[in-house]
Ligand binder design. Structure first.
Ligand code: FEO
Ligand code: CA
Ligand code: CA
Length: 727
């Protein structure tokens, strides 16, 4: 589709006289080829510092580490920051000897021709299209090959706060298509070139790599479900001024936009994966929604939480693409993993249907010693599941370039955690169940014979399994988890040579809280998140308000394994709780002194190339109620071997800490601060926070931070002595 929202951007030279985009892309591709050639050797990769953590991209980064730094930096070397309890400080706090500065905030121009941010939120939808999106989440820094200091930072923009996005709030002065377009343009992904200028990190707002991918960007759909009838929606001509039906339907191979981009992943070939999470909430209906028992569509809406009013967005009232009464298959276009090439600004994002459709939180890949490749993913809703996608073919250099994508051909598995004891103390067994047409459900009926997935042939059955992934996982009896959030893989280094995955389980206040427990029904008819399962070995708390982190090791250190051993890495909590029983709420965090690292609601989770585990929290953020001792949201650092934890950062008032990536030399950590001041209104946007202008007058690059409403932002954290972060 062409339209004002999608300029061709076909200039080939930037005005600075720097190398052309094509030259740079060619150099990037040469760098990729060189690197991928090396990646065939596990030994080479392992010695480069990060076989499984962030794969080739991290290994590219690791190779630029000074030789003296390799093998160092394991362990935690900073002094912890105290909990930020009431009254909350409206600031980011980091350990002594560290400095945090704002790199980029909502509304900053990142695309050529972008307008400056206006602190009264009066930037137009057209201006937002060239500015950093709202409420940033997962991110990754892709250094240019041969890293000379610059690279492309890809950042998810998860959602919009409709009361802070416009001067008069969502409904003041009425809701209009202009407001809708601004919200849609503040969703998606922001790609921006960053680099050091005069020793400080800076955004290069005129870079050819600056790009916004929004709710309206044309996308491709690929993989086994592409082209299926359920993915054929109405075709529209989309401009800033109108959404005009063409009278045609799409072919199931293309669509528009990505929304609710929560956390992220990357691939071994250097692309970015963005994960569509709470997309259901952006839809609404101008008439009654079909009941769950009234057919395929009603069941799908029910299982995924698509309702007439959604999460309170009003997009559907002015943009019929999001009105399910008029465009009923559009919700099926969302809930996918979306691949983006950060180094090719002309490329279209691709929705990879083979990885399943749910509320994707993050996507962590692992390349095992035999070059088998898998991606690990959580579905973030109460009582949902943990998945992995195993590529059909071994990863080979250039495979993604010359053949079909490894992301389009493979098997999706869902996890069952059992209480059968494992081979070492305090571990238990688990199984990966393939979601394939021939897999038997717990009722003994193969998925191909289950009416929910019935099709003309197994190709259609598989397409339906992928579009209705949650229902397939229900049918095969996967383990209902306490809200699976980020997944992360421990790097193989310093003698650790296993495939070990971690997943944050942020909370579940609906487990064991009813006299009559209920499960997700195997026929897939359960309303999203509404079950009340009993406790089980992997989710042992009846009222899990503080969450926990589970981890597992694949059998045979192969990502192809169908069995694994798991244990609980930590149960989070408040060691000074007055709630009873304390065993339910106090947690077992290993910290010194005891209680110094209490935290809850673990969400963001990432291993740095040195083997340190970073965990970011997402609780209510106001340090009240169950959080008076734990305080504001924070980020902690953990040693996976000893389980020791220390608090590294506390966030501003009413924020969430989410999104993390590191510069190639390990000396800058980028951390996302989302929705500071949540709860502020159009009448009083700074009621709870005015961050970042409450903490600093300028960004890292010296540009002013206008005083006014709170803004989500990415901060750059460095050590004053220039050392490796966390060491
Ligand atoms: Fe967007 Fe589950 O956090
Ligand atoms: Ca403790
Ligand atoms: Ca999250």
């Amino acid at each position: 589709m062409k339209g004002k929202l999608h300029p061709r951007n076909d200039a080939t030279l930037n005005p600075s006289g720097n190398e052309s985009i094509r030259e740079l892309i060619e150099r990037v591709d040469q760098g990729r080829r060189r690197f991928v050639q090396g990646s065939a050797s596990a030994t080479l990769l392992a010695s480069a510092g990060g076989l499984t953590l962030s794969g080739v991209v991290t290994s590219v980064e690791a190779t630029s580490l000074a030789r003296a730094d390799r093998g160092r930096g394991v362990g935690i070397g900073f002094q912890p920051v105290p909990a930020d309890t009431l009254p909350l400080a409206d600031q980011v706090a980091v350990p002594d000897g560290y400095t945090a500065k704002v790199l980029v905030a909502w509304g900053d121009p990142i695309v050529r021709g972008g307008a400056d941010y206006k602190p009264d939120a009066s930037n137009s939808a057209a201006e937002q299209l060239k500015q950093f999106g709202m409420h940033n989440d997962g991110m990754h820094f892709f250094p240019f090959p041969g890293w000379y200091g610059n690279g492309v930072l890809c950042v998810n923009n998860e959602y919009t706060d409709e009361d802070l996005l416009y001067p008069d709030g969502q409904v003041g002065g009425g809701y209009t298509l202009e407001k809708c377009r601004k919200s849609q343009s503040a969703h998606g992904v922001s790609l921006l070139e960053i680099g050091k200028r005069r020793g400080e990190w800076a955004v290069l707002p005129h870079s050819r790599f600056g790009r916004r991918i929004t709710a309206n960007t044309p996308v491709k759909i690929a993989g086994p479900a592409a082209g299926h009838a359920l993915l054929k929606a109405n075709e529209y001509d989309i401009t800033l001024e109108a959404t005009t039906p063409t009278g045609e339907s799409t072919d199931g191979l293309r669509g528009h936009g990505t929304i609710n981009n929560c956390a992220n992943g990357i691939t071994p070939w250097g692309t970015y994966l963005t994960c569509e999470e709470n997309w259901n909430g952006n839809f609404g209906s101008s008439s009654a929604v079909p009941a769950a028992d009234s057919g395929e569509r009603g069941k799908l809406y029910n299982r995924y939480g698509v309702t007439a009013n959604g999460n309170g967005y009003l997009w559907h009232t002015v943009d019929e693409r999001f009105d399910i009464a008029k465009n009923p298959n559009e919700p099926n276009m969302f809930g996918w993993i979306v691949e983006i090439d950060p180094f090719d600004p002309d490329s279209k994002p691709v929705k990879r249907t083979a990885l399943g459709r749910f509320k994707h939180e993050s996507c962590q890949y692992v390349l095992d010693k035999r070059n088998n490749l898998a991606f690990y993913m959580g579905d973030d809703e109460r009582n949902e599941y943990i998945y992995k996608f195993v590529c059909a073919e071994k990863y080979r250099p250039g495979l993604h370039r010359f053949h079909r994508s490894p992301l389009d051909n493979g098997t999706l598995f869902v996890a069952r955690f059992t209480s059968d004891t494992g081979s070492v103390a305090d571990t238990f067994r688990g199984q990966w169940i393939p979601l394939l047409p021939g897999t038997s459900g717990i009722d003994g009926v193969a998925l191909r014979d289950n009416p929910n997935f019935a099709g003309a042939d197994d190709a259609e059955v598989l397409a339906k399994i992928l579009i209705k992934t949650r229902m397939a996982a229900d049918a095969v009896g996967a383990t209902m988890m306490d809200r699976p959030e980020w997944t992360g893989a421990r790097p193989r280094r310093d003698g650790f040579d296993r495939i070990e995955l971690y997943c944050t389980l942020t909370n579940n206040n609906r487990r064991g809280s009813s006299a009559s427990p209920s499960s997700n029904k195997p026929d897939g008819s359960t309303t999203a998140g509404s079950s009340r399962p009993a406790v089980d070995a992997a989710n042992p708390r009846a009222n899990n308000i503080y969450g926990h982190i589970i981890r597992w090791r694949e059998d045979g250190d192969s990502v192809n394994a169908t069995g694994f051993e798991w244990d609980l890495f930590v149960q989070c909590g408040d060691s000074a709780t007055t709630k009873a029983p304390a065993a339910q709420y106090a947690g077992n965090i290993v910290d010194d002194p005891d209680g110094s690292c209490d935290f809850g609601a673990p969400d963001g989770l990432w291993f740095d190339p040195y083997g340190r585990l970073w965990v970011q929290t997402d609780q209510v953020g106001n340090a009240q109620g169950d959080w008076v001792n734990i305080g504001a949201n924070c980020m902690v650092c953990a040693d996976p071997e000893t389980r020791e934890m220390r608090r590294f950062l506390t966030g501003p008032a009413n924020c969430e800490v989410t999104g993390i990536t590191m510069a190639p030399d390990g000396r800058t950590l980028f951390v996302g601060i989302q929705h500071p001041g949540e709860g502020g209104t159009a009448a009083n946007p700074t009621e709870f926070s005015a961050w970042p202008s409450s903490q600093w007058a300028t960004r890292a690059d010296g540009k002013p931070l206008p005083v006014g409403r709170p803004r989500s932002a990415v901060v750059a954290i460095t050590r004053d002595d220039g050392g490796i972060i966390g060491a």
